[in-house]
Design a protein around this ligand. Structure first.
Ligand SMILES: C[S@@+](CC[C@H](N)C(=O)[O-])C[C@H]1O[C@@H](n2cnc3c(N)ncnc32)[C@H](O)[C@@H]1O
Length: 210
């Protein structure tokens, strides 16, 4: 199902001081922008943006950058960020494929990928946010020792993703094919939906050794 375009979403987001559109001018300047040297955690495909917001509330000494391509959904993230007025979260409206235009080498400490589209057909695999084509971008912008955390409800996609991480030389720190939920864990909108249907959640955390 295609979402109806919200014609007001882009103008509203452009007015929002918490959201940057394709921020090529911020490349290498994110610490300056946040006004501190705290670690930078990037979330790809952030949707309505509540995951990074909760993390930002819990971890004031980490800077969060949720990134999302779709203004139709990200407009709600923008509202939340403005309402809360935190100093350690800024949204990026842009495509993960353009990360190299937005970040300098070694600028990012951690990347979250939550419930991204599994693109099941072989000819679509290269669009996956965990595809080696993108892992090679993440390798540049992530610091030595930087980590990626990925969660999904899609087992075949997850199995391919584990292979992609191995092929690209990431060190696997944790892997779980039915992730339990502890009190206080931060979950996304999609995770909440899948958990309510008792779909097992797959999780992997990997480290980059440069
Ligand atoms: C299935 S939703 C998951 C949203 C959220 N992470 C969650 O778990 O609730 C995937 C999101 O990724 C976004 N997305 C897909 N491809 C993207 C890309 N190449 N760059 C940035 N965002 C992307 C989509 O617009 C969508 O909002």
């Amino acid at each position: 199902m295609r979402l109806r375009k919200k014609h007001w979403a882009t103008p509203e987001l452009k007015e929002n001081e918490y959201i940057y559109f394709d921020p090529v001018d911020k490349k290498g300047k994110w610490h300056e922008t946040f006004g501190n040297e705290n670690p930078i955690y990037l979330e790809l495909g952030a949707g309505r943006g509540s995951f990074s917001l909760k993390k930002a509330e819990e971890n004031p000494n980490i800077n969060y950058l949720p990134l999302e391509i779709e203004t139709n959904v990200f407009v709600y993230a923008g509202r939340l960020y403005k309402e809360k007025g935190l100093k350690n979260i800024l949204g990026i409206r842009g495509a993960a494929e353009k990360l190299f235009e937005f970040f300098e080498e070694d600028e990012v400490d951690r990347i979250y990928i939550n419930f991204c589209n599994p693109w099941p057909k072989p000819r679509q695999h290269k669009r996956r946010l965990s595809h080696p084509r993108l892992l090679n971008l993440y390798k540049v912008i992530l610091k030595n020792g930087g980590e990626i955390e990925l969660k999904t409800d899609d087992r075949p996609f997850f199995e391919d993703t584990v292979d992609y991480f191995k092929e690209e030389g990431f060190e696997i720190l944790n892997i779980d094919y039915d992730l339990g939920l502890k009190e206080g864990d931060t979950i996304t909108e999609y995770e909440s939906k899948w958990r309510s249907m008792e779909v097992p959640i797959c999780y992997i955390r990997v480290k980059l050794n440069k």
